[in-house]
Design a protein around this ligand. Structure first.
Ligand code: FVH
Length: 296
């Protein structure tokens, strides 16, 4: 742990003592930081007081207690409500918001903080409460580089922090992309389990086999991202015309065993458009061109 110029341990405030906030406050307290905590439901402060934290009566009092204020609440609405209640108490403070949320919310929070004379860092917690305080948690941060330089040692107590830039929204950009990637993959996985279960296959054994095949994806995803970046679409997964030939059977099979096929119909529609545009010898990543305007 670092110490302040007068040799005392640094002060830090934690706003929000849910599963994550409590893990954060406990980590700081147990590592000797003078930790002040506040939670809407005051009783959640008790376990932290038991290990040496100080419970503030109001959020504004908690903010006033430390130069560094960590906010870890359920969602953006909760952050807005709590920040509104503390208002100008944030002046001169460094506000680190670790609540999940969008890039737009992060940028709005930074404007709010700046208007009140506070510096803002937005961070996203990619890990689970028990992993707080270990390198198992990845914490992308963005916003004030100056504030990060001052408080980096304390923030590093929480896990593996990585700075993504001065734009306060960048940590959320990474977080939202990672979460979306997870849900896109996992809802597909559940539909595939539905498919094999409909055929009487043991889903646990199949799931284990399928999990093993996921190991092949990192190099493919890396090459697809490069293809999108360059606009050159080599035949990843083989030429698109060959891939498209399978789609009707794949959809027919799914619907025959009662599994919805909306996402597969979306893939087929995009493939058919790419083929119609004359890109049958290119790869699957070429569908990117039909998804959104090309990044400038
Ligand atoms: N838990 C996890 O595994 C994930 C891991 C990845 C990151 N997430 C994000 O972390 C944020 C906090 O999540 P959490 O698990 O701590 O959530 P809860 O245990 O439900 O605690 C929520 C706290 O927020 C307070 N709160 C909710 N609404 C309000 C409000 N309107 N005003 C003030 N405080 C509010 C709540 O207070 P209380 O209910 O105890 O009074 C808790 O302190 C989150 O963004 C995850 O996405 C966690």
């Amino acid at each position: 742990m670092t110490t302040t110029t007068d040799g005392t341990s640094p002060r830090v405030t934690v706003i929000g003592l849910g599963d994550m906030g409590s893990a954060i406050a406990r980590t700081f307290t147990e590592r000797g930081y003078r930790t002040t905590v506040w939670n809407r439901t005051a009783s959640k402060s008790a376990p932290l007081v038991d290990v040496g934290a100080t419970a503030a009566a109001t959020a504004a009092e908690a903010v006033a207690a430390s130069p560094l204020v960590m906010v870890c609440l359920l969602d953006g609405t909760a952050v807005e409500q709590v920040l509104a209640s503390v208002d100008t108490a944030v002046m001169g403070k460094v506000l680190v918001n670790l609540t999940s949320g969008s890039p737009a919310q992060a940028r709005a929070n930074e404007r709010w903080a700046s208007e009140r004379g506070a510096e803002y860092i937005d961070g996203k917690l990619m890990g689970d409460p028990p992993d707080i305080g270990t390198p198992q948690v990845l914490i992308p941060l963005s916003g004030s580089r100056g504030a990060l330089d001052v408080h980096e040692p304390i923030l590093r107590e929480l896990g593996g922090i990585v700075y993504r830039g001065e734009d306060a929204g960048f940590a959320a950009v990474e977080f939202m992309a990672q979460v979306a990637m997870g849900y896109e993959m996992l809802i597909g996985f559940l539909h595939v389990l539905k498919l094999v279960q409909a055929e009487g296959v043991d889903v646990a054994a199949f799931g284990e086999r399928l999990a093993g095949s996921v190991a092949a994806y990192p190099p493919l995803l890396t090459s697809m991202a490069k293809a999108v970046a360059t606009g050159e679409y080599p035949p990843d997964l083989g030429p698109l015309r060959v891939q498209a030939a399978l789609m009707d059977d794949l959809i027919t099979h799914r619907e025959a065993v009662g599994v919805e096929s909306a996402r597969m119909r979306e893939v087929k529609e995009l493939m058919d458009r790419r083929l119609a545009d004359g890109h049958g010898e290119q790869g699957f990543s070429g569908l990117f061109e039909l998804l959104a305007p090309r990044a400038h």
